[in-house]
Design a protein. Structure first.
Length: 460
């Protein structure tokens, strides 16, 4: 969420900047004035509550003094009645409790509204509410446009490497089974993705595939919960199955205090993810998939988070270039940004069978928007040192692999990429080369168990 101080003119800020950002998102603008009103209401209640606490503490001190006098002299001075003051403290204590409850109520209302306001849209983002107006930043690779190319479903059936029909019988819409060579290719791609990011300084970790409601609420917008995520109920605390690896990756760093010398932090997470909003195109946008996601944490200083944002999308591009997948990079329009993102790049690969580009990954700079909820701070760690006052930045993205003020994360959907790889193959003899690129350094064993059988199936 945004810093509440951005809404306070007396702090030298201009709330109109937030209103303009909301306009660019084609979102509610009036909510800015509502938050300003709620903030003033909260601070007024806090002031009254604090004044009562001061009165209460002063009376308690007087009662303590009178009690000491009574013990020493077995009498009190005229007009100094400790019992009446004790009665006053009981009345004030009751008022403090009531006003404290009102403060909590006002705070909850304020921060509920505050969480609905999106991050400040970056100046470079094109203002539009239509994804068709996404700005193409650059293009790589040669598109294939021959007629009658097979799509990934046809290729999987031809090769016998996946079973969508029985997968749907088992799990319903979006269910599928990978068979034999398809499974081995998928596992090889996972390993390849992890190795790719580790070579670039990332620390790997495998995350849980479910989170408690309290924790996931700090990593995802509440409107996503019941609409997009599966909820697991029963004995004990309710949990949600994760929709992206970035959610537990964020939580892994919760309540962190990061020293400047520890930055930037680069993490790559691997997990199985689940989403209700499954597509109907084979295994593309399936309800279950495994993701390898990149998360980076940088300082709030200068352009650190924006430099990391560019580094992340570069990592994604290098990965897909190694797979020889033609793509283009687009800057997402303002109206299509999610609440946390200040700017988002999408990498869209060319799908020859459907003759269009389709999204494979996203890469977003979330600045300090998510780190504020996560209490992820930048500065000294010890009580004796200067306290942490700045939030780090978070940037995240999605690859085959699928923040403090900068958090960086790349998400790559391996299964989708795997069959987009096969999708681009027309001359079957190219398969051996593609698998070598994909699976190195495990070339020898996979060439024997995967490449040769597929070449035989294709009559090469």
């Amino acid at each position: 969420m945004l810093d509440i101080n951005l809404f306070r003119e007396e702090k030298g800020n201009n709330p109109e900047i937030i209103s303009e950002s909301q306009r660019q998102r084609f979102a509610d603008v009036e909510i800015v004035d509502e938050i300003i009103h709620l903030d003033k209401k909260l601070r007024k209640r806090q002031y009254k509550h604090e004044q009562l606490l001061k009165v209460f503490n002063n009376i308690n001190k007087e009662v303590a003094k009178l009690s000491i006098v009574s013990l020493l002299f077995v009498f009190t001075w005229p007009g100094e009645d400790a019992s009446s003051k004790i009665k006053n403290t009981e009345e004030i204590k009751d008022s403090i409790a009531k006003k404290g409850a009102k403060v909590q109520e006002a705070r909850a209302t304020l921060y509920s509204k505050l969480s609905m306001v999106g991050n400040l849209v970056h100046d470079s983002v094109h203002v539009s509410n239509d994804k068709a107006n996404n700005v193409v930043v650059r293009t790589w690779g040669e598109k294939r446009t021959e007629p009658k190319l097979k799509n990934h479903v046809e290729l999987m059936e031809l090769l016998g490497i996946a079973d969508l029909e029985n997968g749907a019988k088992i799990a319903g819409k979006g269910g599928f089974c990978l068979l034999g060579d398809g499974l081995h290719l998928n596992l090889a791609l996972i390993k390849f993705g992890l190795d790719f990011l580790e070579e670039r300084g990332f620390t790997s970790l495998q995350t849980p595939s479910f989170m408690t409601e309290n924790i996931i609420g700090k990593c995802a917008h509440s409107v996503q919960f019941d609409k997009e995520l599966y909820k697991v109920t029963g004995e004990g605390e309710d949990k949600y199955l994760i929709g992206t690896t970035s959610q537990p990756l964020c939580a892994y760093n919760i309540d962190g205090r990061v020293h400047p010398t520890e930055l930037p932090i680069r993490q790559v997470g691997y997990s199985t993810c689940f989403r209700k909003d499954a597509g109907s195109d084979g295994i593309f946008d399936a309800s279950q998939c495994e993701k390898v996601e990149q998360l980076c944490i940088t300082s709030p200083n200068g352009n650190d988070s924006w430099d990391m944002h560019e580094e992340m999308i570069k990592n994604s591009e290098e990965f897909y270039q190694m797979l020889k997948l033609p793509y283009h990079i687009v800057s997402v329009v303002s109206g299509a940004l999610n609440n946390a993102a200040a700017k988002t790049y999408d990498l869209e690969a060319w799908f020859p069978a459907s003759n269009n580009y389709r999204q494979l990954l996203s890469c977003s700079n979330c600045t300090d928007y998510q780190s504020r909820k996560l209490e992820l701070r930048f500065g000294q760690k010890t009580k004796q040192s200067k306290p942490c006052v700045a939030f780090l930045r978070i940037t995240k993205g999605r690859m085959v692999l699928k923040c403090p003020k900068c958090y960086s994360h790349i998400w790559v959907e391996r299964r989708s990429c795997l069959f987009k790889l096969l999708l681009l193959i027309k001359k079957q003899k190219l398969l051996r080369l593609r698998i070598k690129i994909l699976c190195s350094p495990q070339v020898t064993s996979l060439e024997q168990t995967v490449a040769e059988p597929l070449l035989v199936k294709w009559g090469v």
